[in-house]
Design a protein around this ligand. Structure first.
Ligand code: HSE
Length: 300
C-alpha cells in the first residue's frame, strides 16, 4: 500500500513578517510517496529531481526527519519507505525543504488512517526545518500544510492563524539561478534590533494583516516593507533593487525576498499586473545575464 501527497511552495516572511508570515503558491511543489514495509524503521528509498544533492540518511533528509518525529509521537513501530519527487529547486527561498516534509507527513498520515488532524502535523514539520536549516521556523511549513496566508502568532505554544486574502491578490515569483541556503542567509542577520526598527516593523505587520482583512490593496502596498532582514539579505541578490524600483509604475503592490532568498516575490492586485511584473523582471535579469524562472500564482 502506497500513498502519494503533494505540498506546495511557499513565500515566507512576506517582507515585514520575519518567521511569522507566509503564504502558499499554487501548483508548484514537491510530491512524496510513502509505503508500508515489513522492515521496521523509516527509510528514504528514492529521490528524484534533486541532481543527487539531497541526503538519503534518515537523520538528515527532511522527509524522514519529519516522519520519524511523527511515528515516534504516535508509537508506530512498523516500517515506512519514502520516495521523494522534487518539483522545487533547492536553496531557492521557495520553501523547498518544508514542501518535502509536509508532503511526507500528509502521505504518512493518510497511510496510517489519519491519526492526526492536519494542524497537529505542524510540530513534526518544524522539527525537520531545524535539521534542514538550523532553525525551527514555521513560516514555510504552516502555509505549505494549511494553504493560504498564515500568521504564526507564537511559537511556544504554537499558535497559527489563517488570514483572510482579498480576491485578486497575485504573486509573481522570480527565481534567479543561484543557491542560497537558509542557515547562511540567517547568519548574516543582525542579532539586535533597535527600538525604532521594532516599532516600524510592528506597524507594517499590523498594517499588512489589516490590509488583507479589509481588502485594502493600498494599505497592503504601504505595509510591504522590511527593516530587519531585507537590508542585510538583499545585497546577496543581484537585480533586487532594479526589480523593486521597476515594478511600482507597473501597478504592483510591492516586493520582497521570498523566505531567505534568492527568489523575489512581488504582490499584485490583478493577474494582468502579475504577468507584466514577470515581463519587466525578465528584462532586468536579461541585462544582468542571469537566468531566471518565473511563476505567477493566485493567493487563496
Ligand atoms: N523565516 C525564514 C528566514 C524563512 O527568513 O530565514 C526561510 O525560508
Amino acid at each position: 500500500q502506497k500513498v502519494t501527497a503533494f505540498a506546495p511552495a511557499t513565500v515566507a516572511n512576506v517582507s515585514c513578517g520575519f518567521d511569522i508570515l507566509g503564504f502558499a503558491i499554487e501548483d508548484l511543489g514537491d510530491k512524496v510517496s510513502v509505503a508500508l514495509s515489513d522492515k521496521p524503521g523509516v527509510r528514504v528509498v528514492k529521490i528524484e529531481g534533486d541532481n543527487g544533492k539531497l541526503p538519503y540518511e534518515s537523520e538528515k533528509n527532511t522527509c524522514s526527519v519529519a516522519v520519524k518525529a511523527m511515528v515516534e509521537d504516535l508509537g508506530f513501530e512498523g516500517g515506512l519507505e519514502i520516495e521523494l519527487y522534487k518539483g522545487l529547486p533547492l536553496g531557492s527561498g521557495m520553501g523547498s525543504s518544508a514542501a518535502s516534509a509536509v508532503a511526507a507527513l500528509v502521505a504518512t498520515n493518510t497511510l496510517l488512517g489519519n491519526p492526526y488532524e492536519k494542524k497537529d502535523l505542524l510540530p513534526f514539520g518544524i522539527e525537520s526545518e531545524r535539521i534542514a536549516c538550523g532553525a525551527g521556523h514555521a513560516d514555510n511549513i504552516s502555509p505549505s500544510l494549511l494553504g493560504g496566508f498564515v500568521l504564526i502568532r507564537e511559537y511556544q505554544p504554537l499558535d497559527v492563524i489563517p488570514l483572510h486574502v482579498p480576491r485578486g491578490l497575485y504573486c509573481t515569483l522570480i527565481h534567479p539561478h543561484l543557491e542560497l541556503n537558509t542557515s547562511d542567509s540567517r547568519s548574516v542577520l543582525r542579532r539586535n534590533v533597535t527600538l525604532q526598527d521594532a516599532t516600524t516593523q510592528s506597524g507594517n505587520i499590523a498594517g499588512l494583516v489589516a490590509g488583507l482583512f479589509q481588502e485594502d490593496m493600498a494599505l497592503i502596498s504601504r505595509s510591504l516593507n522590511d527593516v530587519i532582514a531585507e537590508p542585510s539579505r538583499s545585497i546577496l541578490i543581484p537585480g533586487y533593487d532594479e526589480v523593486k524600483v521597476g515594478i511600482v509604475p507597473a501597478g504592483a503592490l510591492g516586493c520582497g525576498i521570498s523566505g531567505s532568498g534568492p527568489t523575489l516575490f512581488v504582490l499584485s492586485p490583478t493577474e494582468e499586473i502579475a504577468w507584466e511584473v514577470s515581463r519587466l523582471s525578465q528584462q532586468v535579469f536579461d541585462k544582468l545575464q542571469l537566468p531566471i524562472d518565473l511563476y505567477v500564482s493566485a493567493i487563496n
